[in-house]
Design a protein around this ligand. Structure first.
Ligand SMILES: C[S@@+](CC[C@H](N)C(=O)[O-])C[C@H]1O[C@@H](n2cnc3c(N)ncnc32)[C@H](O)[C@@H]1O
Length: 248
């Protein structure tokens, strides 16, 4: 049987890697790195660094070029499904052509494989015989709350995890909303009465943290985001919106 390890690597700090993830990297014979293009070069480099630091030779690295999905496409769900099927074919070729029976392959997934990541869903579409295991990683959610020194949850209260696109369409649908994948600074849609804990490039040397009442810090976040994005060519940011006086 062929084996595939889906390993969460954290959000940019090499020290985010858990001992379990380091052991999983050491157990792999072949790694698949899907290169998303120049703009995300830093992200690919971290994967190479982690393999060099924790891989146990002899191992092989297989690289496949797959440009990032167009997140501005209006038919969002269809675009995601297309992209997922395309990824499934890449994984299928990797398992079929690059792994021998008894060998272990590994995919290094940004953050935690269970948080807004399509790897597991794409693997469900793969038509090849293989066993797989998932190694959890530090997600940008954990990185964000830790760096701001706040808890994700308030006592006995729920948290709504959502995307910038949905926040823009629906507004804040809970007292505590964790927002990811926001290319448009949709936090202004939350309205007054919210505190924001915002973080970009969490866990990396470029990390930026800003927090405060949304109406007071929104412009500062927009400015810092635009400047950093222009300088680096890409940005990943996450934020927690917390209603200051929640309903009971
Ligand atoms: C495709 S999702 C992947 C999430 C990832 N699986 C995780 O566990 O964090 C990409 C989004 O995660 C968030 N993100 C990932 N890494 C980040 C980082 N280092 N700093 C801030 N946000 C990050 C951003 O909201 C980004 O748009």
């Amino acid at each position: 049987m062929k084996r595939l390890l889906i390993i969460g690597i954290g959000t940019g700090d090499p020290d985010h890697l858990t001992f379990q993830a380091a052991k999983a990297i050491a157990a792999a014979d072949v790694f698949l790195i899907v290169d998303k293009g120049e703009a995300k070069h830093d992200l690919a480099r971290l994967r190479h660094d982690l393999i060099e630091a924790h891989g146990r030779p002899p191992y092989r690295v297989v690289e496949v070029r797959d440009p990032e999905r167009d997140r501005t496409a209006p038919a969002y769900t269809a675009a995601v499904e297309d992209w997922r099927s395309h990824r499934a074919r890449i994984y299928e070729s990797f398992i079929t052509d690059e792994l021998a029976d008894g060998q272990t392959g590994a995919l290094l997934v940004w953050g935690d494989p269970g948080v807004y990541d399509s790897t597991l869903a794409a693997l469900e579409e793969v038509e090849a015989e293989f066993a797989h295991e998932v190694v959890p990683g530090i997600s940008s959610i954990s990185a964000l709350t830790a760096r701001h020194r706040v808890a994700l949850t308030r006592v006995g209260r729920p948290v709504h995890i959502t995307t910038g696109r949905r926040l823009a369409a629906e507004g804040a649908t809970a007292d505590d909303v964790l927002v990811m994948l926001d290319a448009a600074c949709s936090f202004t849609e939350a309205g007054a009465g919210f505190h924001i804990y915002w973080g970009a490039y969490l866990g990396t040397p470029d990390e930026i943290l800003i927090s405060g009442p949304v109406d007071e810090v929104a412009d500062r976040i927009r400015g810092a985001r635009a400047e950093a994005r222009a300088r680096k060519g890409w940005i990943m940011d996450t934020y927690l919106l917390r209603r200051t006086s929640p309903g009971s």
